[in-house]
Design a protein around this ligand. Sequence first.
Ligand code: GTP
Ligand code: MG
Length: 576
Amino acid sequence: MCNFGGSVLASRLVGSLAPPNRPDTIWFPGLFPPDFLLSFPAFVSITEEIQKRRTFAIISHPDAGKTTLTEKLLLYGGAVQLAGSVTARKNQRATTSDWMELEKKRGISISSTVLQFDYNGYRLNLLDTPGHKDFSEDTYRVLTAVDSVVMVIDSAKGIEPQTRKLFEVCRQRGVPIFTFMNKCDRPMKDPLALLDELERVLGIGAFPVNWPIGNGFEFQGVYDRQTKLMHLFERTVGGQYRAPVEVGGLNDPAVRGRLDDETFRRTVEELEMLEHAGHDWDDAAVLTEKTTPVFFGSASNNFGVQLLLDGFLKHSPAPKSRVMGGIEIAPENPAFSGFIFKIQANMDPKHRDRIAFVRVCSGKFERDMTVHHSRSEKKVRLSSSHKLFGNERETVDEAYPGDVIGLVGHDSFGIGDTLTTDPKILYKEIPRFTPEAFSYLHNPNTAKFKQFRQGLEQLLQEGVIQALYLRHSAIKVPLLAAVGPLQFEVVQFRLESEYGAVSRLESTPWTVVRWLPVDMKEDDLDALSLPTGCRIAYDVGKNPVVLFPNEWSADYFTKTNARAPLSALPVQTVRD
Ligand SMILES: Nc1nc2c(ncn2[C@@H]2O[C@H](COP(=O)(O)OP(=O)(O)OP(=O)(O)O)[C@@H](O)[C@H]2O)c(=O)[nH]1
Ligand SMILES: [Mg+2]
């Protein structure tokens, strides 16, 4: 018996639809009132552009249906005419989002994908993320670049562990969360129990924007609680096209006639319960992550996708200020600024180049502009800029806060770098992860040494994996360090398919890495007392680390080397 009731009711109502959110702050807070600023045409245009932007990620535990939903949002958003399928059979399109060779082969997402398109007066920057925990570094980086998320839940399974972790990250970052209860076409949990789970497990109020009609094979559509209309859908073959839909009130005979008495009675009863228990919709509660609006549906059957898309756009936030070292940078700030949250090479086999993904945070981006690059502290001209749609790209001449653009041709760009016309702005958004899996990577074919080295260097720059170099080691085989072992597989696959270099993995005895203080000299390292089976190594920034076979030996090291405190992450990335 679920105890949905009072707690769900804690969430307040989503009543009339608010206009797009106004930014909390402007530049020089307090100096000029917004109305004064709006009297300047340039300001009006940038403000309008910002208010049109919706930049969001789709997140969840593996297999909940993120990529399927992404594809259907593209279909309903008019960005593709025919939706692809994750498990594409012959003659069927594969998804736009899972474009990598290995993704198509395995049917899972390995890398996040950016899809920019226009719909209904909005410009959407949608980021599909991989659910598998081994790729969570990529997903977490994406979360730094978005203003809201759609959390997908498999309605038969409820909240799974990876969803819970990602939810926590969104909470910490203050990212509003919209929920899509997917796969209602399969025997699902009681919808009231699902809402209860959101409240109990995640501690967030749940406001059902719509409600499922029928369940599993009998799932027919959803009831929109705001318009009080039923949307009953028909399945289409493979879900490639929009699902035909019939819309009507609860007592509309045409619609009512499609439901059996039992389904109708249960739906009415549940809706009444919700009404009695319910509160008013409150946009502020959504924007402050106290409440998540919940939409039910089935991505593969296209049920409820349009309602999710429209509901999300109405209530989700436009880009807002970012806080950097205690200072707020408003999106309307006249200085252009953005940061690189992802790098990906070889997206297009025709070009074989590397794209740096930039989230624009303030000001206007113009192609050919010269900006300050934080890592090199040099001025760089940004002449090759693109809008991105999966692995397709198109030159873009201007971009506004919220947009994700791809920059090509800058080898010095790294993940986390800031690009800005105001060198005082420096974003420090990118989270780092502690590797937990370690493996040597051999090149068995000496004739391919160049390809092997180039490929590996490129993948390291992308942040697909980290590399460590053992101290006092005669063998110069790279030691790869990953959050999870699937990353090794990706490196091997990409080395072979993109660089023609076959590789071989060799396991190692280590499972734990800890960073030493960055200022330790070689003599200090010699003086350390290392437990058996441990080794000192350096990361790519030449920071010293210790590799341990287990947590126990790391604890022992801490006790016996009081002057060398360990940390799970490097304090600085570059030693000097
Ligand atoms: N029955 C049913 N199956 C669905 C639905 N949506 C997605 N699926 C299936 O669920 C499986 C996983 O879908 P994906 O979209 O790849 O899931 P994902 O969340 O992107 O997975 P990762 O990116 O690998 O974490 C596929 O076989 C889909 O066809 C749905 O509404 N109903
Ligand atoms: Mg996916």
